[in-house]
Design a protein. Structure first.
Length: 238
């Protein structure tokens, strides 16, 4: 089953969850809510692409519930030398690099600092691709791609993932995130065919974690464990 952009509203949310916090028990529960919103894709030819690390816990549940194949869209932000939580760009699984030029213009980073940051992030992405995907070639992306993360704050890393998918032939990219800042959704809207987000929130401050009752960072071993769990015979995902 193929869905075309002209057949889809651009933003699909759940009005009862707007501007609320602590609406999901955890990432798996958020994946189940998204699966309910995307139920027309159940058993179709669509492909779920999860963004590690946190997005994989949502994507695994979505793929399981909808009986869809699962793959991984590795993307990582290029972090500041003095703050590993803040980024000024991102690198995607195919080598796509995007820099946040507006932010860079306000930072006192040298060209060497930027080159070093890009190289370090490229190495991280290459290592994660090898760890999570091995030598498997990329899918052909002919069918709809459901790109999944655990939330959308600024949206910059997801924009890089979308750009990489488009560069590799994805004609129909549907973003599925449990929670997102409404202004960031508007900025990313023209880059995808539709956005499914049950928990849209506005306001001056936004944290992805605020949508969840249980929240913790996921490491690489946890992601590998989620993938192994999905492969067990009693699961009907990928």
């Amino acid at each position: 089953m193929k869905r075309h952009a002209k057949d889809l509203p651009k933003i699909i949310d759940l009005p009862k969850l707007r501007n609320r916090v602590r609406v999901f028990r955890d990432r798996a529960a958020a994946g189940q809510v998204l699966a309910g919103m995307l139920k027309e894709y159940r058993g179709s030819d669509a492909l779920v692409m999860g963004v590690p690390a946190g997005g994989m816990a949502v994507a695994v549940e979505l793929a399981r519930e909808l009986r869809l194949p699962l793959d991984i869209a590795v993307v990582s932000k290029i972090t500041l030398p003095w703050n590993s939580e803040a980024g000024y760009g991102a690198v995607a699984f195919d080598g796509t690099v995007m820099l946040n030029e507006a932010l860079l213009s306000r930072l006192n980073l040298s060209d060497q600092d930027i080159r070093t940051g890009i190289k370090k992030t490229e190495e991280k992405v290459s290592r994660r691709v090898a760890m999570f995907r091995g030598n498997r070639p990329l899918p052909d992306f002919k069918e709809p791609v459901l790109l999944v993360d655990d939330g959308l704050a600024s949206g910059f890393t997801l924009r890089v993932a979308i750009k990489a998918l488009r560069r590799n032939g994805a004609a129909n990219v549907i973003l599925a995130v449990p929670t997102a800042h409404s202004e960031s959704v508007e900025r990313i809207l023209e880059e995808v065919d539709a956005i499914y987000c049950p928990n849209l929130r506005g306001g001056p401050s936004f944290a992805v974690a605020d949508a969840y009752e249980q929240w913790s960072d996921l490491d690489e071993q946890k992601v590998l464990g989620l993938l192994e769990e999905l492969k067990k015979p009693n699961n009907e995902g990928a």
